[in-house]
Structures are given as C-alpha cells and as structure tokens.
Design a protein around this ligand. Structure first.
Ligand code: PGA
Length: 265
C-alpha cells in the first residue's frame, strides 16, 4: 500500500459562484486523474452550492472543500458556518489553520483542534495546514512551531478518523506574491519531522497520513517537492487559479510523486 497523491487549490477570497462553477466544470472536463490520486478545489463558502450543482453532473470526481468551519454545532456565532451546514451541501473536505486564518483572524491551535474534532466527528475530511513564520524560522524554532501546531491540532483524534486527515505544510514565508519560494532542502527536514510527529501521535497509523506541500508552488518546482519521500501532494494557490495552471502544476507534481517510494507496509 502507498499513500495517495493529493493535489488541490484554495481560491481564498476570490471568485463568484458562477466563476467557481465554470472553473470546476472546465477542470473536470480537461484533467486526467491518475490512479491513487485525489484532486480538490476549495472555493469561497458562497460558491459551494453552485459548485456542488455542477458536481452532480458527470464528469466529476474532484473533491470540493470549504475554507473554514466553526467547532460548535449551532448557536450565537454571527458570521460563522457549522459542520452541519457544510454536510448539508455534501462538502467533501474542510481546510483548517491556513496561515491567513492564523495571522489575520488569530486562530489558535486550541481552537483549531476543536474544529478538527468537530469536522472529523461528522466524518468530514480535514486538511490541517501548519507552517512556521519567517521570524520563528530566524530564531531556529521552525520545526518546534510546526510540531506544536500538529500535536495540538490533532490532539484527541481517534484512530478510526485518521483516514480522513491530511496535513499541508506551508511555511508562511513562502506563501503568496510576497513570499520567498522554499527549496526542497528547506522542506525535507520539516516534512520528516511532521511524519515522525504523526507516528509519535498515532504509532504505525501515522505513516499513512498524507503530507502536502504548499507555498509558491508552480509547474517548474512542483516535481521537486513531490520527489521528497514524505511529501505526497501539493496545495497550490496562484499557480492553480487557471484551469491550465492547475493541470500543468498537477502533472508536474504527479511526475515527482511517481518517482518516490511511499510504501507504508
Ligand atoms: P501560493 O499560495 O501558492 O499562491 O503561494 C499557497 C497558499 O496560500 O496556500
């Protein structure tokens, strides 16, 4: 058995419902999905119903995700969205802990843990993003930061829910137009640390958790990250915001992935 290849994009605060639905439709019509691969798109909340309408019509097979969720089942939380609301739309996955949520909305590891547990208890897939800031890196505590985010974020996850969990390692300093692209040499030791952190938390089952890399990924560097033994996929922003860019980056990433050995016993 091997860990699957995962590839997806997050549209952040971009796209109208129609734009998201057209993107999904064109993507589903043009991308070849290799075996053992899961693709996903994460549009804004307001686009989810329109995209799920398109998913109802073949061809499909690409997961649709939400960018955030609240931990409570309901209540006085103005502006928030519950797991039940996402389940009602048949959403496949929820992204939690993106660097922008941590930075601009001050989401803490403890809050993220509550969100992770709420999503998993409703059998929803979780993509938990972790990553150190430039400042943390400069003080030599990048690895510690990522491990803390991982250990708190996944605290209390039950073994039967592990197959719903994936981790995105996104160094904050590498994300977005102002970011400095990381090299595979930067990523390899942290990916290894995340892998061993998963194994410490969940013993043998931790070996099966997919780890994605994200931060200034494009078709020229995608394969260099997925050739790393602990990187099983990519979580891409700007380069995958056109259908052509999504397909090109995905194919480059899959090539790198195909070279690696990810047997998990
Ligand atoms: P980027 O964004 O690929 O545009 O750097 C990545 C992210 O924010 O997840």
């Amino acid at each position: 058995m091997a860990r699957p290849f995962l590839f997806g994009t997050n549209f952040k605060m971009n796209q109208t419902p129609v734009e998201s639905a057209v993107f999904y439709q064109q993507l589903a019509a043009s991308v070849q999905i290799p075996p053992d691969t899961h693709l996903f798109v994460i549009p804004p909340f307001t686009s989810l119903p329109a995209v799920k309408d398109v998913v109802g019509q073949p061809p499909h097979g690409i997961w649709v995700g939400a960018q955030n969720v609240h931990w409570a089942p309901d209540g006085a939380y103005t502006g928030e969205i519950s797991v039940g609301m996402l389940r009602a739309l048949d959403v496949d996955l929820v992204l939690l802990g993106h660097a922008e949520r941590r930075r601009y909305f001050h989401e803490t590891d403890v809050e993220l843990n509550r969100k992770v547990l709420a999503a998993l208890s409703a059998s929803m897939r979780v993509l938990l993003a972790v990553g150190e800031t430039a400042e943390e890196r400069s003080f030599g505590v990048g690895g510690e930061t990522v491990l803390r985010q991982l250990r708190i974020g996944l605290h209390g996850v039950q073994p039967e829910h592990l197959e719903l969990v994936q981790i995105a390692y996104e160094p904050v300093w590498s994300i977005g137009a102002g970011g400095t692209p990381a090299s595979p040499d930067d990523v390899e030791p942290i990916a290894k640390l995340i892998r061993s952190g998963c194994q410490d938390l969940f013993a043998g089952s931790g070996a099966g958790i997919p780890i994605l890399y994200g931060g200034s990924v494009d078709p020229t560097n995608a394969g260099t990250f997925t050739a790393l033994p602990d990187i099983d996929g990519l979580f891409v922003g700007r380069a995958a915001w056109t259908v052509e860019g999504f397909v090109a980056t995905c194919h480059a990433g899959y090539e790198g992935y195909s070279k690696g050995d990810r047997a998990i016993g």
